[in-house]
Design a protein around this ligand. Structure first.
Ligand SMILES: [Cu+2]
Length: 215
Protein backbone atom coordinates (compact mmCIF):
# COMPACT_ATOMS: atom_id res chain seq x y z
CA UNK A 1 0.00 0.00 0.00
CA UNK A 2 1.20 3.52 -0.77
CA UNK A 3 1.41 5.91 2.17
CA UNK A 4 1.42 9.68 1.74
CA UNK A 5 3.82 11.89 3.69
CA UNK A 6 1.15 12.83 6.22
CA UNK A 7 0.43 9.18 6.99
CA UNK A 8 -2.79 8.77 5.00
CA UNK A 9 -3.02 5.62 2.97
CA UNK A 10 -4.62 5.23 -0.41
CA UNK A 11 -7.86 3.33 -0.65
CA UNK A 12 -7.76 0.60 -3.33
CA UNK A 13 -8.38 2.17 -6.69
CA UNK A 14 -7.57 5.72 -5.67
CA UNK A 15 -4.06 5.89 -4.27
CA UNK A 16 -3.10 8.42 -6.92
CA UNK A 17 -5.33 11.16 -5.46
CA UNK A 18 -3.06 11.51 -2.42
CA UNK A 19 0.01 11.78 -4.61
CA UNK A 20 -1.69 14.38 -6.77
CA UNK A 21 -2.30 16.53 -3.67
CA UNK A 22 1.34 16.12 -2.68
CA UNK A 23 2.46 17.05 -6.17
CA UNK A 24 0.37 20.23 -6.05
CA UNK A 25 1.81 21.06 -2.60
CA UNK A 26 5.29 20.60 -4.11
CA UNK A 27 4.40 22.95 -6.97
CA UNK A 28 3.33 25.54 -4.37
CA UNK A 29 6.91 25.63 -3.13
CA UNK A 30 8.07 26.41 -6.68
CA UNK A 31 5.65 29.33 -6.97
CA UNK A 32 6.46 30.99 -3.64
CA UNK A 33 9.47 32.22 -1.62
CA UNK A 34 12.90 30.79 -2.33
CA UNK A 35 11.39 28.18 -4.65
CA UNK A 36 10.21 30.96 -6.97
CA UNK A 37 13.59 32.68 -6.69
CA UNK A 38 15.51 29.57 -7.78
CA UNK A 39 12.97 28.76 -10.50
CA UNK A 40 13.53 32.24 -12.01
CA UNK A 41 17.32 31.90 -11.68
CA UNK A 42 17.13 28.53 -13.48
CA UNK A 43 15.12 30.11 -16.32
CA UNK A 44 17.65 32.93 -16.73
CA UNK A 45 20.70 30.65 -16.53
CA UNK A 46 20.81 29.77 -20.28
CA UNK A 47 20.73 33.48 -21.24
CA UNK A 48 23.42 34.34 -18.67
CA UNK A 49 25.64 31.53 -20.01
CA UNK A 50 25.11 32.74 -23.60
CA UNK A 51 26.04 36.29 -22.56
CA UNK A 52 29.18 35.15 -20.76
CA UNK A 53 30.16 33.04 -23.79
CA UNK A 54 29.77 35.97 -26.24
CA UNK A 55 31.64 38.45 -24.04
CA UNK A 56 34.45 35.94 -23.45
CA UNK A 57 34.69 35.08 -27.13
CA UNK A 58 34.92 38.71 -28.30
CA UNK A 59 37.36 39.71 -25.57
CA UNK A 60 39.69 36.70 -25.61
CA UNK A 61 39.64 34.42 -28.66
CA UNK A 62 38.23 36.67 -31.43
CA UNK A 63 38.96 40.32 -30.61
CA UNK A 64 38.86 41.72 -34.19
CA UNK A 65 35.91 43.43 -35.88
CA UNK A 66 33.25 41.23 -37.44
CA UNK A 67 34.03 40.28 -41.06
CA UNK A 68 30.31 40.57 -41.93
CA UNK A 69 29.22 43.76 -43.75
CA UNK A 70 26.11 45.57 -42.41
CA UNK A 71 24.43 45.07 -45.82
CA UNK A 72 24.71 41.30 -45.35
CA UNK A 73 22.66 41.53 -42.16
CA UNK A 74 19.60 43.14 -43.72
CA UNK A 75 18.17 40.15 -45.69
CA UNK A 76 18.95 37.88 -42.75
CA UNK A 77 17.18 40.22 -40.38
CA UNK A 78 14.16 40.38 -42.70
CA UNK A 79 13.88 36.59 -42.79
CA UNK A 80 14.23 36.35 -39.02
CA UNK A 81 11.67 39.08 -38.28
CA UNK A 82 9.15 37.58 -40.71
CA UNK A 83 9.58 34.17 -39.09
CA UNK A 84 9.29 35.64 -35.58
CA UNK A 85 6.15 37.61 -36.50
CA UNK A 86 4.38 34.62 -38.10
CA UNK A 87 5.40 32.37 -35.18
CA UNK A 88 4.13 34.96 -32.66
CA UNK A 89 0.73 35.31 -34.37
CA UNK A 90 0.22 31.53 -34.81
CA UNK A 91 1.19 30.68 -31.22
CA UNK A 92 -1.08 33.39 -29.82
CA UNK A 93 -4.10 32.42 -31.93
CA UNK A 94 -3.63 28.68 -31.33
CA UNK A 95 -3.17 29.23 -27.59
CA UNK A 96 -6.28 31.37 -27.07
CA UNK A 97 -8.63 28.52 -26.25
CA UNK A 98 -6.23 27.14 -23.63
CA UNK A 99 -6.27 30.29 -21.49
CA UNK A 100 -8.38 29.23 -18.47
CA UNK A 101 -10.41 32.44 -18.26
CA UNK A 102 -11.02 32.54 -22.01
CA UNK A 103 -12.16 28.90 -21.96
CA UNK A 104 -14.45 29.57 -19.00
CA UNK A 105 -15.82 32.86 -20.37
CA UNK A 106 -18.96 31.51 -22.14
CA UNK A 107 -20.21 29.75 -19.00
CA UNK A 108 -19.29 32.73 -16.80
CA UNK A 109 -21.15 35.33 -18.84
CA UNK A 110 -24.24 33.24 -19.72
CA UNK A 111 -27.10 33.55 -17.25
CA UNK A 112 -27.48 30.19 -15.45
CA UNK A 113 -30.71 28.22 -15.93
CA UNK A 114 -31.30 28.15 -12.18
CA UNK A 115 -31.82 31.31 -10.12
CA UNK A 116 -28.68 32.54 -8.33
CA UNK A 117 -29.23 31.71 -4.66
CA UNK A 118 -25.69 32.08 -3.33
CA UNK A 119 -23.51 35.18 -3.16
CA UNK A 120 -19.93 35.73 -2.09
CA UNK A 121 -19.04 39.42 -1.75
CA UNK A 122 -15.46 40.29 -1.08
CA UNK A 123 -13.01 43.15 -0.82
CA UNK A 124 -9.41 42.59 -1.86
CA UNK A 125 -6.76 44.65 -0.12
CA UNK A 126 -3.01 44.23 0.14
CA UNK A 127 -2.60 41.35 0.84
CA UNK A 128 -5.75 39.50 1.85
CA UNK A 129 -9.39 38.98 0.98
CA UNK A 130 -12.28 40.04 3.17
CA UNK A 131 -14.94 37.48 2.19
CA UNK A 132 -18.61 37.51 3.18
CA UNK A 133 -18.61 33.70 3.14
CA UNK A 134 -16.14 30.88 2.52
CA UNK A 135 -18.68 28.06 2.29
CA UNK A 136 -20.51 27.29 -0.94
CA UNK A 137 -22.97 24.57 -1.91
CA UNK A 138 -22.10 22.45 -4.91
CA UNK A 139 -24.48 22.31 -7.86
CA UNK A 140 -26.03 25.76 -7.24
CA UNK A 141 -24.83 28.91 -8.99
CA UNK A 142 -22.95 31.42 -6.87
CA UNK A 143 -22.31 35.05 -7.73
CA UNK A 144 -18.88 36.38 -6.77
CA UNK A 145 -18.75 40.18 -6.51
CA UNK A 146 -15.41 41.72 -5.75
CA UNK A 147 -13.90 45.14 -5.19
CA UNK A 148 -10.44 46.39 -4.40
CA UNK A 149 -9.72 48.99 -1.75
CA UNK A 150 -6.17 49.90 -2.74
CA UNK A 151 -4.50 48.60 -5.90
CA UNK A 152 -5.23 46.03 -8.61
CA UNK A 153 -5.87 42.52 -7.34
CA UNK A 154 -6.85 39.16 -8.79
CA UNK A 155 -9.15 36.44 -7.50
CA UNK A 156 -8.37 33.11 -9.17
CA UNK A 157 -10.19 29.99 -7.98
CA UNK A 158 -8.46 26.61 -8.24
CA UNK A 159 -10.13 23.19 -8.25
CA UNK A 160 -8.68 20.80 -5.59
CA UNK A 161 -6.92 18.97 -8.46
CA UNK A 162 -4.94 22.12 -9.27
CA UNK A 163 -6.83 23.36 -12.34
CA UNK A 164 -7.65 27.04 -12.45
CA UNK A 165 -11.41 27.48 -12.94
CA UNK A 166 -11.62 31.23 -13.44
CA UNK A 167 -9.98 34.46 -12.40
CA UNK A 168 -11.31 37.94 -11.71
CA UNK A 169 -9.58 41.32 -11.89
CA UNK A 170 -10.45 44.06 -9.40
CA UNK A 171 -9.36 47.64 -10.00
CA UNK A 172 -9.58 50.29 -7.26
CA UNK A 173 -12.16 53.09 -7.40
CA UNK A 174 -14.60 51.36 -9.74
CA UNK A 175 -18.29 52.13 -9.36
CA UNK A 176 -19.34 48.56 -10.23
CA UNK A 177 -18.05 45.41 -8.54
CA UNK A 178 -16.35 42.79 -10.70
CA UNK A 179 -18.83 39.95 -10.96
CA UNK A 180 -18.74 36.30 -12.02
CA UNK A 181 -21.33 33.53 -11.74
CA UNK A 182 -20.03 30.01 -11.30
CA UNK A 183 -21.51 26.63 -10.40
CA UNK A 184 -19.17 24.30 -8.52
CA UNK A 185 -19.56 20.59 -9.30
CA UNK A 186 -17.25 18.86 -6.83
CA UNK A 187 -17.19 19.31 -3.05
CA UNK A 188 -13.74 20.08 -1.65
CA UNK A 189 -11.30 22.79 -0.68
CA UNK A 190 -10.66 25.34 -3.42
CA UNK A 191 -7.58 27.56 -3.29
CA UNK A 192 -7.89 31.26 -4.12
CA UNK A 193 -4.84 33.12 -5.36
CA UNK A 194 -4.18 36.67 -6.49
CA UNK A 195 -2.88 36.63 -10.07
CA UNK A 196 -2.34 40.37 -10.50
CA UNK A 197 0.97 41.60 -9.18
CA UNK A 198 0.09 43.84 -6.23
CA UNK A 199 3.27 44.37 -4.25
CA UNK A 200 5.86 42.72 -2.04
CA UNK A 201 3.56 40.09 -0.45
CA UNK A 202 1.55 39.36 -3.62
CA UNK A 203 2.62 35.69 -3.53
CA UNK A 204 1.14 35.32 -0.04
CA UNK A 205 -2.26 36.68 -1.05
CA UNK A 206 -4.23 33.45 -0.82
CA UNK A 207 -7.44 32.17 0.67
CA UNK A 208 -9.66 29.08 0.59
CA UNK A 209 -13.26 28.29 -0.26
CA UNK A 210 -15.02 25.17 0.95
CA UNK A 211 -17.53 23.62 -1.41
CA UNK A 212 -19.96 21.27 0.35
CA UNK A 213 -22.54 18.82 -1.01
CA UNK A 214 -25.87 20.51 -1.43
CA UNK A 215 -28.65 19.27 0.82
CU1 LIG B 1 -1.46 40.14 -6.05
Amino acid sequence: MRVARDGRTGRPGEPIEIYKEEAIAMLDSVFTGWGAFWAVIAMFAPFALMGIYIVRRKSVSDTGPSPLQPSEFIPLEGVWLTFAFIFFVIINLAGLKFIPWAAAAPSLTAEPAEPITQAVDFTAKSWAYDLSSRQIEAGKPVRFSGRSSDTQHGFAVYHPDGRMLFTMLMMPNTTKATSVVYTFKDPGTYKVRCLEYCGIAHHAMQDELTVVKSN
